[in-house]
Design a protein. Structure first.
Length: 308
């Protein structure tokens, strides 16, 4: 079972990286964190390198490094210096320089100022609406609880699949539980309006689509449990038992760790019988898709190990 799930997870990770290409500074900033320790000497070196850069490309590279050295703990004691530099760079007459500084600046300041920075960037054309919504979704778990509802409302106001994918990609009870009830309700409404749709070609099974659907269903069930008390398993099984549900969505969820964990926790075959049969029928209808066949075989194997 692990091999098929691993392949799907790897493909989904590649898809997520591709989606983040709309915000290239994120990938660069993440890699920078792996290369440089966020200590005062490193930060001073990078600040000097930003000032000394002889080309825009080099300066943008150093800005990415500088943004990656801002930490929430401020262990270096240099956060204020980093933010000061980023503010100045975000006001640069060069749109490329200003854009490269805007992403880390919005993540480094408080919630209210971050919204102002992102809205200005959208109005000036430095950032697109989808990028702004994605940044808001990425920051949601770090925003004070009395500001989270506004963030969710701004995300919902932008019809962005990317932002919802960002929000649900790391969704868990640790995000939901501290939230105010009205924020959790707003997230539930947002998820209901942004259901994942697979491509029309029924023979197409993309790992990225599978990952997005599984993450969306997991987040939706967790939110329903948090808002109304409806058990997580009930929400998921109601979806999987729908005879109109695309069978690819059944495979997507049950092939992910969350689906495997749910089968194990429910501990009986009967609740999953209809869904597993439909997934198996879909796989056998596509004899050329060896990956789908292997994934469904693993799902069936796990299901058969459950008590009848």
């Amino acid at each position: 079972m692990k091999s098929a799930l691993a392949i799907l997870a790897i493909c989904a990770s590649l898809s997520a990286l591709a989606a983040s290409a709309a915000v290239p500074s994120q990938a660069v900033r993440a890699s920078a964190l792996l290369r440089l320790e966020a200590n005062a000497p490193n930060i001073e070196r990078v600040r000097a390198a930003v000032r000394a850069a002889v080309s825009e490309d080099e300066q943008i590279h150093q800005i990415h490094l500088l943004g990656g050295l801002h930490t929430r703990s401020n262990a270096s004691g240099m956060n204020d210096a980093i933010v000061g530099d980023l503010r100045a760079l975000a006001a640069s007459p060069s749109r490329r320089i200003a854009r490269s500084a805007t992403f880390p600046l919005a993540q480094a300041v408080g919630a209210e100022e971050a919204i102002e920075i992102l809205m200005r960037a959208r109005e000036s054309g430095l950032m697109g609406g989808e990028e702004v919504a994605g940044e808001l979704a990425r920051a949601l778990r770090f925003v004070p609880r009395d500001q989270q509802l506004r963030y969710v409302q701004l995300i919902a106001a932008e019809p962005s699949r990317y932002a919802v994918d960002v929000m649900v990609s790391s969704f868990d009870k640790r995000l939901l539980d501290p939230m105010l009830p009205e924020t959790r309700h707003a997230i539930g409404e947002l998820l209901r309006r942004t259901r994942v749709v697979f491509p029309q070609a029924i023979g197409s099974f993309g790992a990225g689509d599978a990952f997005r659907y599984a993450a969306w269903l997991h987040a939706s069930a967790l939110t329903a449990q948090s808002v109304s008390g409806r058990p997580y398993a009930d929400s998921v099984l109601a979806q999987l038992d729908d005879p109109q549900l695309d069978p690819r969505k059944i495979i997507a969820y049950l092939g992910m760790p969350e689906g495997q964990a749910l089968m194990s926790s429910v501990g009986r075959r009967a609740p999953f019988a209809g869904a597993v049969r439909r997934a198996d029928a879909y796989a056998h209808a596509l004899p050329g898709s060896l990956h789908v066949k292997k994934l469904v075989d693993d799902i069936v194997e796990a299901w058969l190990k459950l008590p009848a």
